[in-house]
Design a protein around this ligand. Structure first.
Ligand code: NDP
Length: 329
């Protein structure tokens, strides 16, 4: 066993510190598959881990990074053999289990999904946890019976990771996408390029509104939470649904039950971390089939592993556009 390069978070008396350093393979946690990580990404939760702004890291030292693509190096799991191309999102990676910002990861084979044949490892991570979550939201809306004929679909936090992929996926599925962003001046053209039909300012949703508003959309994918989610619900058409994915604007939900009991609106909870394997495979198959790869490229920037620490604060400040791929290999 040797050493490899990793971003490592340590906790001492003065708080947490984070550095790119060498890590001993013998200190990896238990798992039946060892993966040579080639790509990871920067998600909002990675920003929380890197900066220590919220207690997402549950053991120290921790290698952050909640998702990766890579190649199996060694396996005692019956489903995986050396050379297999794999992806992993969630399951506590980068939170409770040593994570993806490293040249090697040892994980449970049951957590892995095969890299779809039509995606490169880099494209799979351009999707990453954020894009996978956007697809879970679309699947939940469809399971609720919603189709583009029902009316427009709102996406909040549209210029971020979840929002960009949700915009592209909903537009490709034929929805009239209303993209809500705090960066309309800079990002309107970008969002139209992803397929948004209308752009609205974040402030239309982020100030407290009435229990019921004008019925503006039939479906919504919300990455923001708080007052934005309450207003998204209040403006959802009769029988519509809102898929709640995120908390970029806050964890509270200061609304009323009026949309539920007077309009039959549904609030659909979306969790990517513990999503069961069958749902993961369905979501990745749909992503591979439906996501326009040119639009995916348009929303993606790539940084090296050595650049990830300094990018943590930017994603929390809402200054990251679309998706950020981290090249590890
Ligand atoms: P990003 O930072 O890329 O996107 C978040 C976007 O939200 C920003 O780009 C910005 O979009 C908007 N935003 C940021 N701050 C505020 C604010 N104070 N008020 C209103 N809008 C704001 O993050 P991700 O896309 O990676 O994640 C988005 C959210 O989804 C996070 O809360 C994350 O924790 C959650 N998430 C949940 C998952 C799950 O399993 N449920 C999985 C993945 C992510 P704009 O500039 O366009 O307004």
């Amino acid at each position: 066993m040797g050493t490899f390069k990793a971003v490592v978070i340590e906790k001492g008396e003065g708080g947490q510190s984070v550095a790119l350093r060498s890590f001993d393979e013998a200190d990896l946690m238990d798992g039946d598959v060892t993966v040579r990580v080639t790509h990871s990404t920067l998600n909002y939760k990675d920003g929380l881990a890197l900066t220590g702004k919220a207690p997402v890291v549950r053991r120290f030292p921790m290698i952050p990074g909640i998702d990766f693509s890579g190649v199996v190096e060694a396996s005692s799991h019956p489903g995986w053999a050396p050379g297999d191309a794999v992806i992993l999102t969630g399951w506590g990676l980068g939170e409770t289990h040593l994570g993806a910002y490293a040249e090697k990861a040892r994980v449970k084979g049951d957590w892995l999904v095969a890299l779809p044949a039509s995606l490169t490892p880099e494209q799979a991570m351009a999707v990453g946890t954020a894009g996978f979550t956007a697809m879970l939201a679309l699947l939940a809306l469809e399971r609720h019976g919603l189709r583009p004929e029902a009316g427009p679909a709102l996406v909040t936090g549209a210029a971020g990771g979840v929002g960009s992929v949700a915009t592209a996926l909903l537009a490709a599925a034929g929805w009239h996408v209303v993209a809500a962003t705090g960066r309309a001046a800079e990002e309107a053209e970008y969002l139209r390029g992803l397929g948004a039909a209308e752009i609205i300012g974040r402030e239309e949703l982020s100030t407290p509104g009435k229990p019921l508003g004008r019925e503006r959309w039939a479906a919504a994918v919300d990455a923001v939470g708080s007052t934005t989610l309450a207003n998204a619900l209040a403006m959802t058409r009769y029988g519509g649904a809102v898929a709640a994915c995120g908390l970029a604007g806050g964890m509270d939900l200061p609304g009323s039950v009026a949309p539920f009991i007077l309009r039959g609106v549904a609030l659909l909870g979306i969790d990517s971390v513990m999503a069961p394997q069958a749902l993961r495979r369905e979501a990745w198959a749909r992503l591979a089939r439906d996501l326009d790869l040119d639009r995916l490229a348009a929303m993606t920037t790539t940084i090296p592993l050595s650049g990830v620490i300094e990018r943590g604060p930017a994603i929390l400040a809402g200054r990251t556009r679309g998706r950020v791929v981290v090249t590890v290999d």
